[in-house]
Design a protein around this ligand. Structure first.
Ligand code: GLU
Length: 375
């Protein structure tokens, strides 16, 4: 209870994620009662002056129901078609119910790729801030109709944690069809005990998450724990709770002991470093010698061309690359100042030799220490 008082007492900005299993009946059709309950609670918090973002699943599930699939489709075109149909159905419902409560709903569809690009990431952030200023409620989902598995978040737990981090929320609420995190899987063990508060996500906590999941959504407990890693590292508290309870969102904000609270990190990563660590695709790899390893890893210095032994992958300036030592262990990640083909030419050189080699020099460093996160 202590942690709830400490972290949830004055939450101002809240991201609520609702899973497919909460929003749809087993038939695949929308659970209108449930949607109504969630929208009402969000509208009420908004009336109270809180800023709320809703991350909703259910597009694929709603499309499955409407298109008459018997089981969850497996092929990409079928899933994309289901999402294209279902997203419209979902938004129609949200728009209808939010406007009954006098609220403006705004749809934002995001892909992992959008977040991986620094400028698109910052643009997305600005859209959220602009909507908040106008009093609209952003309703977010992954852009499932156009995205393929390799480059997607894949589950809305991860998506919502990413959104909560970059809008700098105080609290992320993951609503599911389970009470919270148990010490073992409650679907198979009737003696499983609910864990009320998690101070730090340890290996033991990860083991509790097992791999439970339901048939309509994609997120089991494991993706919720990894969402916890992303959000708590950004200083955002997270609560997993059962979305079917009458006033669950309100109860959490009123400090009632529902669900499982994950305490935020006391020393959150600054936004840029958080983005480098969690939100990006790694486009390549830089292998460094022992001297550079010491300088970067232990002394938090910038990475210079001198210490580079090898470059792998094809990438442009501004993309995220991984830094490895000679043993093949990742020691950090960062935003590169030079492309892979430029680095191929300047690796091993002193910084004052860059211009002679390339004909220009934009930076002394390959990765500046401010744009780097050490593992
Ligand atoms: N984005 C998917 C949908 O709207 C759901 C992903 C998830 O269930 O986590 O259907």
């Amino acid at each position: 209870m202590e942690l709830r008082k400490k972290y949830l007492k004055n939450v101002k900005k809240i991201v609520v994620k609702v899973g497919s299993s909460t929003l749809t009946h087993k038939s695949g059709l929308l659970n209108l009662n449930q949607i109504e309950k969630i929208v009402r609670q969000i509208a009420d918090l908004h009336n109270e002056g809180k800023e709320v973002v809703l991350v909703t699943s259910g597009a694929i599930a709603a499309g499955i129901g409407k298109l008459g699939f018997k089981n969850r489709p497996k092929t990409i075109p079928e899933k994309q078609a289901a999402a294209a149909v279902g997203q419209g159905i979902l938004m129609h419902m949200y728009e209808k119910i939010f406007s009954e409560y006098g609220k403006v709903a705004a749809q934002i569809l995001i892909t992992k790729d959008d977040i991986s690009h620094r400028t698109r990431f910052l643009n997305a952030r600005n859209t959220f801030f602009a909507l908040a200023e106008m009093g609209a409620i952003p309703i977010v989902n992954e852009n499932d109709a156009i995205i393929v598995d390799e480059i997607k978040f894949g589950d809305n737990d991860t998506l919502s944690a990413t959104v909560a981090s970059f809008v700098e929320a105080d609290l992320l609420i993951l609503l599911s069809d389970i009470e919270g995190l148990y010490d073992c899987n409650p679907r198979v063990n009737p003696n499983a005990k609910l864990i009320h508060e998690v101070k730090e996500i340890t290996e033991e906590i990860e083991n509790c998450a097992g791999g439970a999941g339901s048939s309509l959504g994609t997120g089991g407990m494991a993706t919720k724990i990894s969402a916890g890693r992303i959000s708590t590292a950004a200083g955002v508290s997270m609560v997993i709770a059962n979305g079917e309870h009458e006033n669950v969102i309100r109860d959490i904000v009123n400090l009632k002991e529902v669900g499982t609270l994950f305490a935020p990190n006391e020393h959150p990563l600054p936004l840029r470093k958080h983005w480098i660590t969690f939100s990006t695709d790694i486009k390549g790899k830089l292998v460094v010698d022992n001297g550079a390893f010491e300088a970067v890893f232990y002394n938090h210095k910038s990475l210079l061309p001198k210490g580079l032994v090898n470059v792998e992958g094809f990438f442009e300036q501004g993309q995220i690359v991984s830094i490895e030592n000679l043993k093949g262990i990742e020691i950090g990640r960062g935003i590169t100042n030079y492309s892979s083909s430029e680095i191929e030419q300047i690796k091993g050189l002193n910084s004052d030799e860059i211009e002679d080699k390339l004909g220009y020099k934009n930076y002394d460093e390959i990765i500046h220490c401010n744009n780097m996160v050490i593992s």
